[in-house]
Design a protein around this ligand. Sequence first.
Ligand SMILES: Nc1ncnc2c1ncn2[C@@H]1O[C@H](COP(=O)(O)OP(=O)(O)OP(=O)(O)O)[C@@H](O)[C@H]1O
Ligand SMILES: O=C(O)C1=C[C@@H](O)[C@@H](O)[C@H](O)C1
Ligand SMILES: [Mg+2]
Length: 167
Amino acid sequence: MKIFLIGYMGCGKSTKAKQLAHRLDCPVIDLDAEIVAKTGKTIAEYFAEFGESGFRDYESEMLKTYDYPETCVVATGGGLPCFFDNMEWMNAHGETVYLQMEPAALVSRLHNRQKRPLIKDLDDEQLLVFIKEKLQERDPFYTQAKIIVDAFDLDGEKLEEAIKGVI
Ligand SMILES: Nc1ncnc2c1ncn2[C@@H]1O[C@H](COP(=O)(O)OP(=O)(O)OP(=O)(O)O)[C@@H](O)[C@H]1O
Ligand SMILES: O=C(O)C1=C[C@@H](O)[C@@H](O)[C@H](O)C1
Ligand SMILES: [Mg+2]
């Protein structure tokens, strides 16, 4: 069983993926971190060199060709479900869980913006506007997840509880 955690930057995919994998005693894969490990570039460097479209091609290829263990928790990149047929692919190959969070809560989580190239130059006010716009675009993809959980105040135990029906 592969469990894909999806959602906007800062909703806690990487953090909760580790907690959930620990509880389920299975490996965790963070696709952003895998991209960094495979390319030797940070996400910001990859964007700077190949542009967003180069990054989207690469992350989709990584999603579909990664040699996943039978059971694992996968933290995806925030934009990954919204490009190509990535969302359909994840739904066909595992369980998808949308960690949903309000824009204002996301702003308060996103202090360290330098490693997130899409938002690195925005102040809090600009970030709130940007996130509201982006979430409108992205929600039709994110909400195709099989399970939607409120990510505010979420921890590994609550997440495990929310997905109990499917694991
Ligand atoms: N339950 C929580 N309460 C408060 N802060 C949290 C909680 N979970 C995660 N955070 C903090 O929120 C920030 C974003 O978390 P994280 O990096 O896991 O998000 P992400 O969804 O993986 O983002 P990205 O899409 O950019 O990789 C981190 O600074 C993390 O420490
Ligand atoms: O929301 C996004 O588009 C992104 C989220 C991050 O996880 C990274 O994959 C990258 O910074 C792009
Ligand atoms: Mg992450």
